[in-house]
Design a protein around this ligand. Sequence first.
Ligand SMILES: O[C@H]1[C@H](O)[C@@H](O)[C@H](O)[C@@H](O)[C@H]1O
Ligand SMILES: [Fe+2]
Ligand SMILES: [Fe+2]
Length: 346
Amino acid sequence: MTWRVRREADLEALFRHSAFPSKISIINPSFSVKFQSLAAMTVIVPEPVLEESCNGESVKERQIDGKIDLSGEFTVPDSNAFGHSFRDYEKESERKAGVEEFYRVNHINQTYAFAKRKKEEYGRLEKAEMSIWECIELLNEFVDESDPDLDEPQIEHLLQSAEAIRRDYPDEDWLHLTALIHDLGKVLLHPSFGGEPQWCVVGDTFPLGCAFDESIVHHQYFKQNPDYADPVLSTRLGVYTENCGLDKVTISWGHDEYMYLVMKGNEVRLPPAAFFIVRFHSFYALHRSGAYQYLMNDEDKEMLKWLKIFNKYDLYSKSKVRVNVEEVKPYYMSLINKYFPDKLRW
Ligand SMILES: O[C@H]1[C@H](O)[C@@H](O)[C@H](O)[C@@H](O)[C@H]1O
Ligand SMILES: [Fe+2]
Ligand SMILES: [Fe+2]
């Protein structure tokens, strides 16, 4: 497998956007001397994707309230590992049909009553007792069926996003760890958790108890959701009040809310922004489309800034480039020990 790069500028961009530049090397080192020293390293060769260019937009929003001054630069790639733009749910691809079927089933079955019931059931944290790393290893076998951009096991995605954010925000260790753990709730798929079906574990999330916003992926399938025609649940505010705060909102059930409950129910020393990121990272209608602002309070608006930063790394670090787990494990273990108890109730 080879990244086909024609111009030196593209190679440069590849280095910049890769979470693991030290693992990239050049098969045919006909580029400038600048890169020749790297030619001795291992060749990473994901599927041919990068043909013409990978000129992406640079991430500039690196200051929050002027508190952090960050160096480094993350370049958003033009295309995902399949050569398509990210989050393109209409584009014909090997993943399209499966992803659409996922959302059809998800949208029909995620109701207000269902999500409240699941939250109640899993919120008791009676399913397992294990460490963060044990949980990470359980995700080795799962591929997310809702994701048009990635078909790698989830452990790869966790490490890819954590390593990418670590490069650009070297001093924010809590953010590296947040990336590492943000999708651990997908452990609900594991047989020891009852092997929940994908439709109630992964995919974008959205509020229940009020109208479904049209910006939600494959919105058309909500027509078959019982809440769609409900006289209260189908209104703009539904069961909520203006600016009540997202904490009061019942969000569709899945890995985000579950991992948030696990963090809340154990002695986790991460900052509030980490909890917010984990809980709402799949809520694209909010953080990408700007919908449902009327449910947010002032604190949510502050936290949203962090979520938007995080999202770039969560989404655009998805690639075929594998991380060497053993190499990075000691660093992440030190963070786990700093912020989490040895064993957690799940
Ligand atoms: O398909 C993906 C995947 O399930 C992610 O974990 C989730 O956070 C995204 O929102 C979703 O679109
Ligand atoms: Fe996720
Ligand atoms: Fe993710």
